[in-house]
Design a protein around this ligand. Structure first.
Ligand code: NDP
Length: 533
């Protein structure tokens, strides 16, 4: 990619330049830069006086989180039976930092024989140790894991941002705390299963084969492992190829917490090899998959008739619906959080903005103005709002769908910004003039791309929101509680956020309908997925 490809200009006269570290002094949107005394600390800051909405914009200095807390090993083995081991076939691959394309480590690639071994030890551990153990004892182990995640939270956050490309602000404040919270929450259920509403003696299923994606590597591992273990199952976890490192650090934490060997096993390697062998293995009684609808459908076909318990958390194309009576300042933040959180690589991302026609122009203008203040760049910088796209294939998918959006006649806009020289980057992008039939209104882009669609009445909003093959999430912004309830009852979505978006809590079930999958993770409902009920 040439440097000019990386400077993204929308060509609109009214945009605000995205500030890059060290670029203070440039004229920004016609505003003049001045030296000012900082009112709180007395330091002299270089400030940009104001944008055209009279907001003062600060020129942030770089604030990189140190990566010295992470001790990367040159190579990592598979975690089987409580120990790290070489794969039988000796295959390995390299994982890289998507923000720089720097190779981080060599990772073992499991083959079918490694899967056999992991499932066998997991089965034995379930039958002899973990299954017979009292719930109260299991809870002690899970509380221990939760506490160690908290103790090692900085290390986990830095490693997650290095391997995934997400901003440290998100890995530190969302991914890692939520991972700990899931272990705390399900530790609390481990000795209360008979009161969970699934009968007096709910039994575990056995060995859970769990396949997770790259967008929330540690959090997805926690969502899968915590309820399974609380319910008395043992686990074989397959992380995504591009983000194995925090799952391997979690394996180290499992060792540190002294879980009995074989209770948790982590097999890195290709989905088409290790993942496919794991879900098909006759010793696996429960398959939990999070990933693309395409792979999910293939797995459903291949597992039909096997009698395995299944949960599938697949794609989404959520509508974030803003009514004219919505609190607009909060709604703008909710729209930004809905689609630009984690670079839009979120299955429940609010990738379709449905805005009432009477306020559409205002909302789009304010949104653009807000986007111009987002900082894109080094994921380890604490000021960064948007990090790198996780992998080259994903970047290519985003690019091609965005080009298709333009070709179909929608109007593309991005704030002007300079993309880093190396790595996989895509600027925050907004499409207006989007019709329901456009591919960008129908397909999951899984990137920082928002499609804006207007509506006039609540009925039209519901019809347009439901006009998708997916059914994972939705957001409703209005001051009327009755309207929120009216909408929530009609939207085909597993989760409906009211005057908020992308809020997660371990006590709250999460999951979809239609091509977004089935089954719930989180809450009491998340236990059902791991009990023979
Ligand atoms: P995939 O569905 O291919 O990957 C998800 C997980 O499944 C990974 O661990 C992957 O391994 C594994 N896997 C792949 N093929 C198989 C198989 N045949 N049997 C068992 N496991 C398998 O998603 P991608 O990473 O390729 O992303 C493609 C698209 O999927 C994205 O553009 C996005 O639209 C969507 N997606 C949705 C997610 C969600 O949260 N709902 C998460 C990630 C992606 P490996 O990494 O080795 O391929």
């Amino acid at each position: 990619m040439t440097k000019s490809d990386r400077t993204h200009k929308s060509g609109l006269a009214d945009e605000t330049e995205l500030l890059q570290p060290g670029e203070a002094g440039e004229e920004v949107n016609g505003a003049e830069e001045v030296e000012r005394k900082h009112p709180l600390v007395g330091a002299t800051d270089r400030l940009v006086t104001a944008d055209r909405h009279d907001r003062v914009l600060f020129d942030y200095s770089p604030a990189p989180e140190s990566r010295s807390i992470v001790h990367l090993q040159p190579s990592y083995g598979l975690f089987i039976d409580g120990e790290f081991a070489e794969p039988v076939d000796g295959h390995a691959y390299k994982t890289e930092n998507p923000a720089t394309e720097e190779v981080l480590a060599e990772i073992a690639a499991a083959g079918a024989r490694d899967v056999d071994r992991a499932v066998e030890v997991a089965g034995r551990a379930q039958q002899t140790v973990w299954g017979p153990m009292s719930g109260a004892e299991r809870a002690k182990y899970l509380f221990r894991v939760a506490r160690i995640i908290q103790e090692r939270s900085r290390e986990l956050a830095v490693l997650e941002s290095l391997d995934n490309g997400k901003p440290i602000r998100e890995s530190r404040d969302v991914d890692v705390p939520l991972a700990a919270a899931h272990f705390f929450y399900y530790a609390g259920w481990a000795d209360k299963l008979e009161y969970a509403g699934f009968g007096p003696h709910p039994a575990p299923i056995g060995v859970a084969g769990q396949v997770i994606p790259w967008n929330f590597p540690l959090m997805m591992a926690a969502w899968k492992l915590a309820p399974a273990l609380a319910a008395g199952n043992t686990c074989v976890l397959k992380p995504a190829t591009t983000t194995p490192l925090t799952a391997l650090l979690l394996a180290e934490i499992i060792q540190q917490a002294e879980l009995p060997p074989g209770v948790v096993n982590v097999l890195t390697g290709a989905g088409s090899v290790a993942g496919a062998a794991l879900v098909a293995h006759p010793g696996v009684g429960k398959v939990a998959f999070t990933g693309s609808t395409e792979v999910g459908k293939d797995l459903l076909l291949s597992l039909a008739g096997t009698g395995k318990h299944l949960t599938m958390e697949l794609g989404g194309k959520a509508a974030n619906i803003v009514f004219e009576d919505a609190p607009l300042d909060q709604a703008i933040e909710g729209i930004v959080n809905g689609i630009f959180f984690n670079q839009g690589e979120v299955c429940c991302a609010g990738s379709r903005l449905l805005v009432q026609e009477s306020i559409a122009d205002t909302v789009v203008e304010r949104l653009k103005n807000r986007l111009a203040t987002l900082r894109m760049g080094d994921p380890l910088d604490k000021n960064t709002d948007l990090g790198a796209i996780n992998n080259a294939a994903q970047l290519e998918k985003i690019r091609s769908l965005v080009e298709e959006g333009e070709a179909e006649g929608a109007v593309r806009w991005s704030p002007s910004c300079t993309l880093p020289e190396h790595g996989y980057w895509f600027p925050p992008t907004v499409f207006t003039g989007v019709s329901q039939a456009h591919r960008i209104a129908q397909e999951e882009i899984f990137g920082p791309v928002l499609s804006v669609i207007t509506f006039r009445t609540p009925e039209e909003a519901v019809a347009k929101a439901n006009n998708t093959v997916y059914g994972l999430s939705a957001g409703v912004w209005t001051e009327k509680g009755s309207r929120i309830l009216w909408m929530a009852g009609r939207l085909h979505a597993g989760v409906v956020w009211a005057n908020s978006f992308n809020r997660f809590d371990p006590a709250s079930p999460f999951g979809g309908y239609r091509e977004s999958g089935f089954g719930r993770e989180g809450g009491r409902q998340g236990l059902a997925a791991y009990l023979d009920v």
